[in-house]
Design a protein. Sequence first.
Length: 181
Amino acid sequence: MSDHDMDEPPLMGRLGELAEDYHRPPPVPREAMWAAIGLPVAVALAVLDYRRWRSVTVVALAGSLAALVLVETVNMLPTRFWCAILLLAAGQITLLVASTTAGFEALGGVGPLLGLALCITSLAAAWLAPSPQAQAPLNRLWLDFRDLFGVLWGLRVAERFNAASSQYGWPVVLTWRGFQT
């Protein structure tokens, strides 16, 4: 055994450390928290009109909900559920537009039904999405994780795995498409 092997904790010790951290929620970056809280406030202050305060709050709420739909769409677009997420985003935006008075009138009153139909169609598209054909069980596990959690978590996990792989000298790299030696 080399000196390097003696410095590494045993595999079960590393798994125990992971199990301890499993029950703690992941830290939320302060910038993301302030962006989520501050976006509606910034929109409301940008179009502030005291005589039409109700319309300003609707615009602020609609802007923050549209931003959440955008993040959701960008997160899931590079996965096998790309078609389903586009239909879901279209349905959510249609429901959002239909919830305003002007949008309801512009859509002729069928906006809520159209939005609901798009959301239901997205469920069918997700059900029919082709499953990735991976030969190795680890690749299958990775592709399932990537497709369920999206690009934000997928890239983070791949980054951490690759950092650990290079630190311990493992001859494997985790890419978007799976493990490579």
